[in-house]
Write a protein that binds this ligand. Structure first.
Ligand code: BG6
Ligand code: MG
Length: 214
C-alpha cells in the first residue's frame, strides 16, 4: 500500500530546470560547444559535475579536474544569481495544495533533489513546512539514476521503498525511482519518461485517487 510520496524539485515543483539550462548553455557558449534543449534532457536529475562532463563529451572537449571544478563553480554562480529572485508565486500551480492534500490524507511527503541548492529554492518558495523530510545533493554520494537519494528519503520518513511513489521530470530520476523499488509518476513527455508507471504533463494534473493503483 502506498504510504508516502517523494517529490523531485527542479522541474516538478518549480521551473528551476529552465535556469539550470540557461546557465549551462551560457557556459557551453563560452566553451564554443553547441548545447541544445534536446541535449539538456540528459542533464536533468544528474549532479553538477556529471552535467558538466556530459556537455564536455558533447563538445569532444577534455579538461583537467581543476578546470572542471572552476567551470562547475562558474555555472553555479550564475544559477544562484538567477534563482535569487524566485518568488513563492513561482511554485507550479496546484502543487502546494497537492502537498497539503497528501498530508491531510496521512501520506508522508518528502523531497529528494540532486541539487545542492535545493534548500535555498525551498526557502524562497516558502514550502519547507509541507515536507516531512528533505534530501538534497549535499547528502548523497551517487547521483540519479542511482537509487541512493530515494532510498535515503524513504529511510528518513521511515517507509519501505515499495510503499513510496516518486514524482520525477528526469529520465535519470525515473530510472532511480524504479531501481529503488518505488513507483514513479513522470512529469513531462512520454518520449523521455516512457518507463514511468504513469505520465502527466504537469505535476498537479495527477489525480491523487490513482496513487494506490499505480
Ligand atoms: C537537479 C537538476 O535537480 O540538480 C540538475 O535536475 C542539476 O539539472 C542538479 O544539475 C544539481 O544541481 P546543483 O544546484 O547542485 O548544481
Ligand atoms: Mg528534476
Amino acid at each position: 500500500m502506498i504510504q508516502a510520496v517523494i517529490f523531485d524539485l527542479d522541474g516538478v515543483i518549480v521551473d528551476t530546470a529552465h535556469y539550470h539550462f540557461v546557465a549551462w548553455q551560457r557556459l557551453a557558449r563560452e566553451l564554443g560547444i553547441t548545447f541544445t534543449e534536446h541535449d539538456n534532457e540528459r542533464l536533468k536529475g544528474v549532479s553538477r559535475m556529471r552535467s558538466l562532463e556530459i556537455i564536455l563529451e558533447i563538445g569532444g572537449v577534455s579538461l583537467s579536474e581543476e578546470k572542471k571544478e572552476e567551470l562547475a563553480t562558474k555555472k553555479n554562480t550564475w544559477f544562484v544569481e538567477y534563482i535569487e529572485a524566485i518568488k513563492p508565486e513561482e511554485v507550479f500551480p496546484g502543487v502546494p495544495q497537492m502537498l497539503q492534500q497528501l498530508r491531510a490524507q496521512n501520506y508522508k511527503v518528502a523531497l529528494a533533489s540532486s541539487s545542492k541548492n535545493a534548500e535555498t529554492v525551498i526557502r524562497l518558495l516558502q514550502i519547507g513546512h509541507l515536507f516531512d523530510a528533505i534530501v538534497d545533493g549535499t547528502m548523497i554520494t551517487h547521483t540519479k539514476p542511482d537509487p541512493e537519494i530515494f532510498l535515503l528519503a524513504a529511510k528518513k520518513i521511515n517507509e519501505a521503498p515499495a510503499n513510496c511513489v516518486v514524482f520525477e521530470d528526469a529520465e535519470a530520476g525515473v530510472e532511480a525511482a524504479l531501481a529503488a523499488g518505488m513507483k514513479c509518476v513522470g512529469v513531462g513527455s512520454p518520449a523521455q519518461l516512457g518507463k514511468a508507471n504513469f505520465i502527466v504533463a504537469k505535476t498537479a494534473e495527477f489525480d491523487l485517487g490513482k496513487l494506490q493503483g499505480l
